[in-house]
Design a binder for this molecule. Structure first.
Ligand SMILES: [Zn+2]
Length: 425
């Protein structure tokens, strides 16, 4: 589940002492190292670059001075204040292009595998969304119907990750957990962000922010230092630390972000249940114009584009989505607007969207959003818990919702990698 976007525009970089222009960074953003992109010189053709910009990454357009595409080069703004640019040289054609530097392995680069070990040699990191446990209420990933077992997304995703790990290991994959418990990866806590939260609120037009939330249903709770410092902790700091773990320690070939979706449930102690239930998957792309204004986000987008992660994650996401659609029988989710997402691929279930995790993990990332937790059907299945085989739930013989999730993702991975490895490079 992805919470509605709360725009926290910042430009809180410490003023430079040397007189050079400050970077315009997103929340807790890292200073971009544009020189890294030198490694991608002449590794992509003009046509491929243009296709990815137009159809995947910048589908909402961008300010004309940010990226200028010429026949032989692309000129990318690195800093507006100082008017600095990075110049990327295109490869003349596909045959003469340089190798793309990367630490992950596309499926077709892996040697053919035994039929019963289609994932051998593959490194997969499982990223169970959110934290769960004692953090679930703070994360707003908690609801309870009467006196039934509370539904906490972070606990459900971890359960799926553990089932999935067992299945994928049997198939030969090396599995890593980005989170394998209810504790955050980040060492920071909300109190560490009180000062930053206060500055962000002031910058966003709240001159004297209140310290605390008085009532959880208060519509102005988002304007309190407490609420902002909590989101800085559990979203921004936490996902950035997970990214550091993925990028500098785990080096996986693929990250699977595991989530459960929801429709607005209102009061978490008296939630609304619905008959709506659906499935979608996300890959990185579809950056908003205002996101591209941030120097770090623009840099991360270009690096991701040049790494060609999309060429791997899109067909992977489509294949997994088809398997999940078949096995869960869920219809494809349709976003109510195209403001932040762009439909991609051919399964009908996959969208491009610029989320922190899909942007920051430097390898193919497939982000799964099956089941509406507060749908009548999923709610009953979550209450039924995990079990082997099938049981009658809501009048149908079915697997546990957790096994159906894990098994369908597994089947998609088997299908994708078996085919990719057969074809070879
Ligand atoms: Zn989620």
């Amino acid at each position: 589940m992805i919470l509605r976007v709360i725009l926290l525009a910042t430009c809180l970089s410490i003023l430079p002492i040397t007189g050079e222009a400050a970077d315009n960074l997103g929340i807790l953003g890292a200073h971009p190292r544009w020189s890294v992109l030198e490694h991608y010189q002449e590794a992509i053709t003009h046509d491929e670059f243009t296709r990815l910009i137009q159809n995947v990454y910048c589908t909402h357009g961008f300010a004309p001075d940010l990226i200028e595409v010429n026949p032989d080069t692309a000129r990318i703004l690195t800093n507006r204040e100082s008017q600095n640019f990075f110049t990327l040289r295109f490869a003349k054609n596909d045959a003469s292009r340089n190798r793309v530097p990367r630490l992950w392995h596309p499926g077709k680069s892996l040697p053919p595998a035994k039929a019963d070990k289609p994932l051998s040699g593959l490194r997969i990191a499982l990223d169970p969304g959110h934290l769960g446990g004692d953090w679930a209420k703070m994360e707003e990933r908690w609801f309870q119907v009467d006196s039934t077992q509370p539904v906490q997304e972070g606990d459900l995703t971890l359960k799926v990750a553990r089932l999935l790990a067992t299945r994928l290991r049997e198939l030969g994959a090396k599995i890593f957990f980005v989170r394998n418990g209810n504790e955050p990866v980040t060492a920071k806590r909300p109190d560490d962000f009180r000062e930053l939260a206060r500055k962000i609120l002031i910058r966003n037009g709240v001159p004297q922010p209140r310290a605390d939330v008085l009532d959880p249903n208060d519509p102005e709770k988002e304007q309190t230092i407490r609420w902002q410092s909590e989101i800085l902790f559990y979203r921004y700091s936490e996902i950035r630390r997970r990214a550091a773990l993925v990028n500098f320690k785990l080096h996986p070939d693929l990250v699977l972000c595991l989530h459960f979706n929801a429709e607005g449930w209102g009061d978490p102690n008296n939630p609304t249940l619905t008959d709506i239930n659906h499935l979608h998957l996300l890959v990185n792309g579809s950056y908003l114009q205002q996101e591209l204004e941030y120097d770090d986000e623009r840099f991360e987008m270009i690096r991701r584009l040049l790494s060609r992660a999309y060429d791997e994650e899109l067909p992977l996401a489509d294949t997994i989505a088809n398997a999940m659609g078949r096995e869960t029988q869920l219809p494809a989710y349709q976003y109510p607007t195209a403001n932040s997402t762009t439909k991609v691929g051919n399964s009908g279930y996959v969208y491009a969207r610029n989320l922190l995790a899909t942007r920051l993990y430097r390898c193919p990332v497939v982000y799964c959003e099956p089941y509406v937790m507060n749908s009548n059907d999923a709610f009953a299945r979550i209450q039924a818990g995990d079990y082997e085989g099938t049981r009658n739930v809501n009048g149908l013989e079915r697997k546990s919702i957790f096994r159906e999730y894990a098994d369908s993702v597994t089947d998609g991975l088997i299908e994708y990698y078996s085919k990719a490895r057969e074809k070879g490079d």
